[in-house]
Design a protein around this ligand. Structure first.
Ligand code: FUB
Length: 330
């Protein structure tokens, strides 16, 4: 079902008839698919717990080329059809394997704890059918799936504050737990290898270490560099790039490794702060160019929970570093 279509220009909303955020872009069968959050309006509170992000469903967007219309393929999954979930369908991601498309998504369970679920479809645009329960051993938010060239599939995830990552430091959910002291190592994202059927973790998730050029862990008080939320993994010329949001300092940054499980060495900024509190992205190679998909709140006049997905071309330097982007610079 092609409900809406719009030709997207760089650094403009790729659709304007709905609010979209947290874009995960993938190429499936030569076509570009974008799996975003679907932001909605509501009368509820706005707070550090993220209650303003009250999303209920997912729509998959698609583009034949970067110059062709961006199509909204309609509702792909609704929270009412996820047996274990209660609310807040936050940033999703997708993968293809075993002749199936897998949608990974976080939501609060019936106890208000964020978990990560999977839903499957024969089509990249859905509709997706959710599993009965969330992935056993999953927690927190922002799943990003990466299928390595050796065939192993990894799920990266985790987010501070409303994403509850601090509350899992002991391996058990502790509702009152705070993050590490400013001079202690920051919490990293989690990674878990997925089972061959993509529905469970092979082992318990592990924390990823992000270090500076001297090998010292990035500290929790180093808010320009420490991990906050929104992990993304890609490989460029044999190097693994872990990129993420710094949350309170509103940047997209990256770190590199020769191993998809790290440790990762911090490298620099990809995107300077955008309008709106959150920043969240994906990086994809499509038709011989690299693109950054991101969101901002310009279409809603700066309302944090009414965001719009945009894209811009990404450029690497000869040494593999990424050229930083200011999306508002002419
Ligand atoms: O969209 C809800 C949350 O906001 C996401 O999970 C975070 O990454 C941030 O973009």
């Amino acid at each position: 079902m092609n409900t809406k279509a719009r030709v997207a220009a760089p650094n403009e909303p790729i659709v304007t008839h709905i609010y979209t955020a947290d874009p995960s872009a993938h190429v499936f069968e030569g076509k570009l698919y974008i799996y975003p959050s679907h932001d909605i309006d509501h009368d509820g509170p706005t707070n550090d717990n993220g209650d303003q992000y009250a999303m209920e469903d997912y729509h998959v967007l698609s583009m034949d080329t970067m110059e062709s219309p961006c199509v909204d393929n309609g509702e792909a999954l609704h929270v009412k059809d996820v047996p274990w979930a209660s609310k807040q369908m936050w940033a999703p991601d997708a993968a293809y394997r075993n002749n199936l498309y897998y949608l990974f998504f976080p939501a609060r369970d019936k106890d208000g704890i964020f978990r990560i679920g999977v839903a499957t479809s024969a089509s990249p645009i859905g509709p997706f059918k959710a599993e009965e329960n969330y992935i056993p051993g999953s927690f927190s938010i922002d799943p990003a799936v990466y299928v390595n060239e050796d065939g192993k599939a990894y799920l990266y995830f985790g987010g501070l504050w409303g994403g509850q990552l601090e509350k899992w430091q002991t391996g058990t959910y502790l509702p009152e737990a705070a993050g590490p002291d400013a001079h202690a190592p920051a919490l990293g994202p989690q990674v878990a290898e997925l089972s061959d059927d993509m529905l469970t973790f092979k082992q318990a998730p592990k924390e990823i270490s992000i270090v500076d050029e001297d090998g010292n862990p990035i500290q929790a008080g180093d808010e320009d560099r420490r991990y906050f939320e929104g992990p993304w993994m890609h490989n460029y010329k044999g190097t693994y790039y872990l990129s993420y949001s710094t949350g309170t300092t509103h940047k997209l940054v990256y770190a590199v490794s020769d191993n998809p499980e790290g440790p990762f060495v911090f490298k620099g900024t990809i995107l300077t702060p955008v309008l709106g509190w959150t920043t969240h992205h994906s990086i994809v190679e499509f038709q011989d160019k690299w693109y950054l998909f991101y969101h901002d709140a310009s279409l809603s006049g700066g309302v944090d929970h009414k965001r719009s997905v945009k894209f811009t071309e990404l450029h690497y330097n000869e040494d593999g570093t990424i050229q930083p982007i200011d999306p508002y610079k002419e």
